[in-house]
Design a protein around this ligand. Sequence first.
Ligand code: ZN
Ligand code: ZN
Ligand code: ZN
Length: 354
Amino acid sequence: MKLFKCTNCGQLLYFENSTCECCKHSLGFIAEDLSLVTLDPDTNGFYSVHNNKKPPFKYCKNHEFDVCNWLIPADGTDIFCRACELNHIVPNLADPEHLRQWRLIEFAKHRLVYTLLQMKLPLVSKIQDMEKGLSFDFLTEADATQKILTGHENGLITLNVNEADDDKRELSRKQMNEPYRTLLGHFRHEVGHYYWDRLIADGPFIDEYRQLFGDEREDYAQALARNYNQGPPANWSLNFISTYASSHPWEDWAETWAHYLHIMDTLETADSFGMKVAPRIADKDNSLKANINVSPFQAQNFEELLDLWLPLTFAMNSMNRSMGNQDMYPFVIQPKVVEKLSFIHRVCYASRVN
Ligand SMILES: [Zn+2]
Ligand SMILES: [Zn+2]
Ligand SMILES: [Zn+2]
């Protein structure tokens, strides 16, 4: 994630900010150029960008619920932004608990959409393209007749709203024996299934995909049942980023894809802060050093990024341990997984739409 700056007072701004903490100007995010801008209200109820001649903007309709700070052109007929137009079902807001949960969900989803736009991947709502578009259902158990499973089907991502609650999510994480479980991680995994359909299925990368991840025509239900009943293969960590990835080639793709997005977003954040890791004891050992001064979205070669990523994770894990927290990055990447991540990097590069 990039950092931003108030163009009125120079204050450092974060992606989710709607108001400048220092000068109290309203702020809004413009998806077209991925910028968070300082706003001046105009006399028509719209906003102009401070010290800038861009045409006026209005806030996305979801701004009124304090779940979105994105802007849309004032003169258009759209009422939702690029991120919110992907919503199909949102929680019933008659219950204030749902608003609190939805806000956390939107924070994560907006970050996801930001990264997809940075990657210049094809991204349309089902409103524009029913067949190939993407949409989200955020479902609560009170409205359901059956258990709500988080998942993806034909471009529709379903999320159980309970995943917004730390206690419930942590319980699931322990029951499933996962090292990591977050809302953002769920979104990254599920959108991976969506992009498998868009970028891999029936496309030029399918053969290479099958060589690396296996043949996805293997029976999916049987594969998942086997993983559930027998657990992962003993040597799973040599070939997979997680135990769940070993269940089926589709899940391997989605897990590795999610991991790829973790790396890209976190490296962009590190670049925004100009982070540099140079352990004093490392001396001439460059494998422990990283000077992060490149946007990961500009890097052609994934191995270059990995050379920065590993020293950064060693440092971040140590920082977390100093605070008494668990490791920020509870993963080990083996060479086979590097091959898969590099493949995803190449596929994404080749699939850019503008
Ligand atoms: Zn300001
Ligand atoms: Zn919005
Ligand atoms: Zn999955």
